[in-house]
Design a protein around this ligand. Structure first.
Ligand code: SAJ
Length: 422
């Protein structure tokens, strides 16, 4: 059975390592983070990703998965390191370059190198290939190289790793076929072969599609605010059209994928990617817009020293991930403006920046409730009971929660008069 060396044990590298080990591959998992490597050896895995802790435990126990600090010889090298944006919103490829270089001393004739990190189009061919060829081995003559982007949704990773269709971009046909053999072992979806640059672009296009569509929803929510219309009702009605499917507006787009990847297209074609760039701007302006909305509401209600209760600080529901979180940025801005803000998040256990409270403590005596994340734990909240605990009754519902369980449209105009004033 083949041996795979996975460099980068983050949210993609680790589950991929576990799933490959479960299919009988020998996997060496490499990460520069000593704490992470040691924690994994003790099988101490974040419990929020369903099934991952169990799979990692058995992978490590079986001896098929060995986490360590540096690479070693293998048949396949997989690069799964982050590509964060720089200050200028360009892709920082330093982790990719370092990871590829770290594999160099162990590369042998017949090896396959797979890049999974999200990168601007052309990276595999123009940056990774020349580094790999430094020691004399040539791609197409002893060495294979492919770009195979991940597309799994955090919170549903193991299921999507298996079930999603997969794109494999070979630097040449031999590389694509060789990479396909690896992914075939665990991918139940269709495996589509293409060239490396097309695969890189397809990955960016997926997240840009989502970003542009969320921007459309966010822009609509601002238009509806201006026209004094209920956005959730408008979207629900428009979505009744068989070819319309509008996403959900919210406090902005966070995380390390949808809010970042579109910039890698802009980086390569700034003159052409105008809509993509504008969409980024719309989504990035949402936290400021929500802060203004809160300020306007408390001013209009003439509350002198308002207490603001914020529900949720993570970048989306069901995660403890705070990276690029618009919710966190809103809480921070309100605090900076001098408001008394109480926040809660059932997914955050230790948070040093400001105190977090229980839902109960957060809303008690508050004038304005700001729902920022649609965590499952907030869904069951009885709004009437909650309002009784508050001092005021202002609600800024950025996620449309409590409304989405039931239709917000009504069959008769008579019914519509009784819509809750959210
Ligand atoms: N959001 C909205 N409205 C929506 C949907 C999402 O405001 O209707 C917000 C979320 O609250 C969050 C942000 O967008 O702040 C991003 O969340 P997400 O669930 O859309 O995506 P990610 O970043 O967690 O994962 C995405 C996924 N990409 C797509 O759905 C096209 C995932 O499949 C990718 O694998 C992942 O990026 C990645 O690694 O690139």
């Amino acid at each position: 059975m083949k041996k795979v060396c996975i460099i980068g044990l983050g949210y993609i590298g680790l589950p991929t390592a576990c799933i490959l080990s479960s299919k009988g591959f020998k996997v060496v998992g490499v990460d520069i983070n000593q704490k992470l490597v040691e924690g994994l050896s003790e099988a101490n895995i974040d419990p929020l990703e369903p099934g991952l802790a169990d799979l990692a435990n058995s992978a490590i126990k079986s001896g098929n998965f060995v986490p360590q600090l540096s690479p070693e010889e293998a048949d396949v090298f997989m690069i799964c390191v982050p590509t964060p944006p720089t200050e200028e919103n360009k892709a920082d490829l330093s982790y990719v370059k370092t990871a590829v270089k770290s594999a160099l001393p162990y590369l042998r004739r017949g090896n396959l190198v797979i890049l999974e990190s999200t990168v601007p189009p052309g990276t595999t061919k123009e940056i990774v290939k020349p580094i790999l060829e430094k020691n004399g081995l040539k791609i197409g003559n002893g060495l294979c190289l492919a770009y195979c982007p991940e597309r799994v949704l955090p919170g549903n990773i193991l299921k999507e790793l298996a079930e999603n269709d997969r794109i494999i971009g070979g630097i040449d046909a031999e590389s694509a076929e060789l990479a396909k053999e690896i992914y075939q072992s665990f991918v139940e979806g269709e495996i589509c072969l293409t060239d490396a640059t097309t695969a890189e672009m397809a990955k960016l296009v997926e997240n840009s599609f989502r970003d542009v569509n969320i921007a459309f929803a966010n822009e609509l929510s601002r238009v509806c605010d201006k026209l004094n219309l209920k956005i959730w009702e408008v979207i629900e009605l428009a979505n009744k059209h068989p070819r319309v499917s509008i996403l959900k507006p919210g406090p902005g787009v966070g995380g390390h994928c949808v809010a970042v990847d579109p910039f890698f297209i802009v980086e390569k074609a700034p003159g052409e990617a105008k809509l993509i760039k504008t969409a980024r701007g719309v989504n990035d302006s949402m936290p400021d817009y929500i802060v203004e909305k809160v300020e306007r509401a408390v001013k209009q209600a003439q509350i002198k020293t308002p207490i603001i209760a914020c529900l949720g600080i993570t970048y989306k529901a069901g995660t403890d991930d705070l990276r690029g979180s618009p919710a966190l940025s809103i809480v921070r801005r309100l605090r900076e403006k001098g408001y008394t803000v109480r926040a809660c998040d059932p997914y955050i256990k230790d948070f040093a920046e400001f105190p977090l409270f229980s839902i109960e403590e957060t809303v008690k005596g508050a004038d304005c409730l700001v729902l920022l994340v649609d965590h499952q734990e907030f869904k069951g909240i009885n709004l009437d009971a909650l309002l009784k605990k508050m001092r005021g009754s202002l609600i800024i519902n950025t996620r449309g929660m409590w409304l989405c369980n039931e239709p917000t449209y009504h069959k008769s105009l008579e019914d519509k008069r009784h819509l809750p004033g959210l």
